[in-house]
Design a protein around this ligand. Structure first.
Ligand SMILES: Cc1ncc(COP(=O)(O)O)c(C=O)c1O
Length: 459
């Protein structure tokens, strides 16, 4: 198909996700036809740095040789098969490989097909666990302000971003929202930190969680959190001590702890999983996105034998977990996951450290730019808040500075997808220093070009 034909059908018939289609209509549309490493190429052969790893999924860059090979050979054997009452070697191999990276305690694997379903499964599993063991009053969930766990109604019910979630309130089940850790603007006046740095923090911000659990623990089934970094919140990196405190509180008040590692898993934070930075284990973990290296939809909700055994009984006890999706454990997706995990076995995440440190230094170096408010980073994720260089304050929301930066980035061979006025990079772990240099040069150029248009906002 020619570019014009593609765009005509796209404009007339396709409704894009997370997109105000009126904005989209007014843009120069890019038709991506191929990818290699950290770059995507359009139909006219222009390149774009994929600094968002194609919605946080891509791990080894596009067109990874080993994953390609795994998918190709899978096509010669099995396309798909019902996963209720059947199994196949491809799902089994995923589990076998993943067990090399997960702690012994997390030993039961439930497949589904995207991040939101991994969360739905976790919520229903935690809920039913308490039902099955006779603690029927434990039905509610606790989640954090600005958290994001996906777009299905269960995931939305434990989501804390008003822009995405508030409208759907009448559809949601009731949950307890509590204050999230905000280390870059600590309300307890602790020094800014990254990770476990000792800045005198004792996770004081979890006092609200403690209160909610104390007052309602009889009816709380679980707490769900994105460990160490709330990504959609604007890459809110927080102190690992907070996770230790949450684990301690969940144990004290008999509440299940769910880690949503959909975005943070598979090397993104510099370790295979974010929880490894702090050595705190959840009762249930949600995995997706990077599980297939960014190739195909697949997800896992992994839990303990203790939770699993609460569902194991005679049929007429009605303790079965009645949940499943048509494409559960799709063999082609499993093969992409096998390729991904084998890549991690051949070259462990620790071996990517020098690129990561180089990237972290680049992010830090932006601190001195007049338009940068806060700087945050962990592993291969970095973010800056854009502020008005004249006043040091945020730009008025109606100026949509982040959106202007997005549009400008496309003119500079870059895909930036700011969250509000927070610019972030979430890079594949294989990114080369030369590409990091280019990405930062182009980012600075993009931001400067846009902010020049706002000199009238000097006061
Ligand atoms: C932490 C987290 N959980 C869940 C999801 C939902 O994943 P999906 O978009 O695959 O449904 C996302 C997506 O960005 C996420 O960041």
């Amino acid at each position: 198909m020619k570019k014009d034909e593609i765009l005509k059908i796209d404009r007339n018939h396709i409704w894009h996700p997370f997109t105000q289609m009126k904005d989209y209509e007014g843009m120069d549309h890019i038709v991506i036809t191929r990818g290699k490493g950290v770059k995507l190429y359009d139909i006219d052969n222009n390149y774009y740095y994929d600094t968002v790893s194609s919605w946080w999924t891509n791990i080894f860059g596009h067109n990874n040789k080993h994953i390609n090979h795994k998918i190709r050979s899978q096509l010669n054997s099995l396309d798909h098969v019902i996963f209720a009452g059947m199994t196949h070697p491809y799902a089994v191999r995923v589990v076998e490989l993943l067990r090399n990276f997960l702690p012994e305690k997390l030993s039961r694997f439930f497949f589904s097909d995207n991040g939101s379903t991994a969360v739905e499964v976790a919520i229903k599993m935690a809920f039913q666990y308490w039902q099955n063991i006779g603690r029927v009053e434990k039905t509610k969930f606790v989640f954090f302000e600005n958290s994001y766990h996906g777009d299905t109604i269960g995931a939305v019910s434990v989501g804390g971003i008003d822009l995405y979630h508030k409208l759907y309130k009448p559809l949601m089940f009731n949950s307890y929202q509590i204050r999230s850790p905000k280390c870059y603007n600590c309300i307890f006046s602790k020094q800014k930190m990254t990770l476990n740095a000792d800045n005198g923090c004792n996770a004081e911000c979890m006092d609200q969680l403690e209160k909610v659990l104390e007052e309602n623990n009889g009816n709380i089934a679980g707490v769900i959190i994105e460990p160490l970094i709330q990504c959609a919140a604007g890459m809110n990196v927080y102190n690992g001590i907070v996770l230790k405190k949450i684990r301690e509180l969940c144990d004290r008040y008999e509440v299940l702890l769910i880690f949503d590692e959909v975005a943070t898993g598979f090397g993104r934070t510099g370790k295979m999983f974010a929880f490894e930075h702090v050595d705190v284990l959840p009762d249930i973990i949600c995995l997706s996105k990077g599980l297939t290296g960014g190739y195909l939809p697949l997800a896992l909700t992994v839990t303990t034998e203790e939770i699993y055994s609460a569902f194991y009984d005679d049929y007429f006890s009605y303790k079965t977990f009645f949940h499943g999706h048509s494409y559960t454990a799709n063999p082609i997706s499993c093969s992409a996951a096998i390729g991904t995990l084998e890549n991690f076995i051949k070259k462990p995440i620790a071996k990517y450290k020098s690129g990561m440190i180089y990237f972290n230094e680049k992010v830090c170096s932006l601190k001195d730019e007049p338009y940068v408010g806060d700087v945050r980073y962990i592993g291969f994720i970095g973010a800056i808040d854009i502020v008005n260089p004249y006043t040091g304050k945020s730009y008025p929301e109606k100026e949509r500075v982040g959106f202007q930066i997005y549009k400008e980035s496309l003119k500079n061979n870059l895909i930036l997808r700011p969250l509000g006025d927070t610019i972030y990079w979430l890079l594949p772990i294989t990114v080369k220093k030369k590409d990091i240099d280019n990405i930062f040069l182009k980012t600075k150029k993009t931001i400067n070009n846009v902010l020049e248009r706002y000199t009238w906002l000097k006061n």
